[in-house]
Design a protein around this ligand. Structure first.
Ligand code: NAD
Ligand code: MG
Length: 391
């Protein structure tokens, strides 16, 4: 029996994780659940899974949850504050931490889990993109198992040589083929892009996800972040990672070996598949996903990405090549730009401009401590905010 802490349990990945955990009560015990604002959903989750701990970021909703749980006779202890996220990750009864908070807010608890040697189930790609080599060395030093949840990285991991562990070099791998659906605007006229609305941008053709990652998929910054994520997880230079547009999202990524063998992982676009893979690893168990119906899929298409249509993808290649704190700057600028777009503050086509501006004007340094990474994040947010106010 393993104890699991789910960071961001009320989000899209968090809910799918609990769906999988609920199918395997003999294998997983839920020790802690955490959420930002959603009291109703966290209450329901506590009612169902009876975790010893729950965390909400602010005290007023935490107090409200505490009251509701007490009235329902549920003994979950409710904590509040960002430090409580770290505290629940490192509890001795926690074996695995699902890192499913969105954005930079997930960095410190995810890093705490890695440092404590927990099995880290990593969905929160922004945490890895920001802290890069620091995060990977924390994993190496503590001996933690790091299992990718992002469907592409989970697919690559499954196609890697037997007994592969994240962060190692695989000399027999010639290329990593990172697939991308192309998002909702793959075929939209270039001239129409600056009028698209947040509702159109979050309507992903194949996946149902949180709002931030859905906008990232529409700009293809999601693939940019995933490129950086792949370089770190698989210890590969960016030249080794090729982005391939595959609109059906049936192949979730591929690995090309020196002998010419290409291994692909396929499945329905259902995040419970990579989640169940990582939770059962190195074994397998039921995820609840429907079997893949190839006759319904019929065909698999591939094309090269258009960097003019998707300038964010180019910025990510630039950031990974620049190294140091540049990926953290790219990520922070993107988070702010996406939030502003979702609030109606800027246009869709302003997002890459905000990012380019920050990459050109925020000083880049070595990412040699978590403090320097957090400072780059803070400084990029400040610069992005000032730029957005002038747009
Ligand atoms: P979501 O918006 O649905 O959920 C985010 C979760 O994080 C919620 O539980 C929320 O309460 C919590 N949260 C948000 N801000 C917080 C803060 N400041 N402090 C503490 N908690 C906070 O997002 P999602 O789609 O589930 O994505 C989560 C992560 O997984 C992201 O990093 C995303 O890139 C990654 N991911 C998601 C998918 C997917 O299919 N949804 C696929 C691959 C990777
Ligand atoms: Mg992905």
């Amino acid at each position: 029996m393993k104890g699991i802490c789910v960071l961001g349990s009320t989000g899209s990945i968090g809910v799918s994780t609990l769906d999988v955990a609920g199918r395997h009560p003999d294998r997983y015990r839920v020790v802690a659940l955490t959420a930002n604002h959603n009291i109703d959903r966290l209450f329901e989750q506590c009612q169902r899974f009876r975790p010893p701990y729950a965390v909400m970021i602010d005290e007023p909703p935490a107090a409200e949850l505490r009251r509701r749980l007490r009235d329902a006779g549920i003994e979950t202890e409710v904590l509040s504050g960002v430090r409580a996220l770290e505290a629940v990750c490192v509890l001795p009864e926690v074996d695995s931490v699902m890192a499913a908070i969105v954005g930079a807010a997930g960095l410190l608890p995810t890093l705490a889990a890695a440092r404590a040697g927990k099995t880290v189930l990593l969905a929160n790609k922004e945490a890895l993109v920001m802290s890069g080599p620091l995060f990977m060395s924390a994993v190496r030093e503590s001996g933690a198992d790091l299992l990718p949840i992002d469907s592409e990285h989970n697919a690559i991991f499954q196609c890697m040589p037997a007994n592969y562990h994240a962060g190692r070099t695989a000399p027999e791998v010639r290329r990593i083929l990172l697939t991308a659906s192309g998002g909702p605007f793959l075929r939209k006229g270039l001239g129409e892009l600056h009028d698209v609305t947040p509702a159109e941008a979050v309507a992903h053709p194949n996946w149902v996800m949180g709002r931030k990652i859905s906008v990232d998929s529409a700009t293809m910054m999601n693939k940019g972040l995933e490129l950086i994520e792949a370089c770190l997880l698989f210890n590969a230079p960016p030249e080794l990672v090729q982005v391939v547009i595959h609109p059906q999202s049936v192949i979730h990524s591929m690995v090309d070996y020196v002998d010419g063998t290409v291994l692909a992982q396929m499945g329905n676009p259902d995040m419970r598949i990579p989640i169940a893979h990582a939770m059962a690893w190195p074994e397998r168990f039921d995820s609840g996903a429907e079997p893949l119906d190839l006759f319904a899929v019929k065909r698999l298409d591939f094309e090269a990405p258009d960097f003019q249509r998707f300038p964010c993808l180019q910025r990510a290649y630039d950031a990974v090549r620049a190294g140091g704190t540049m990926p953290a700057i790219l990520n922070a600028a993107n988070e702010l730009a996406v939030a502003s777009f979702l609030d109606g503050g800027i246009r869709f086509t302003d997002i890459p401009d905000v990012i380019s501006h920050c990459m050109m004007s925020v000083p880049v340094g070595r990412a040699d401590s978590i403090e320097t990474v957090l400072e780059a994040d803070r400084s990029a947010r400040e610069t992005a905010g000032a730029y957005i106010r002038k747009l």
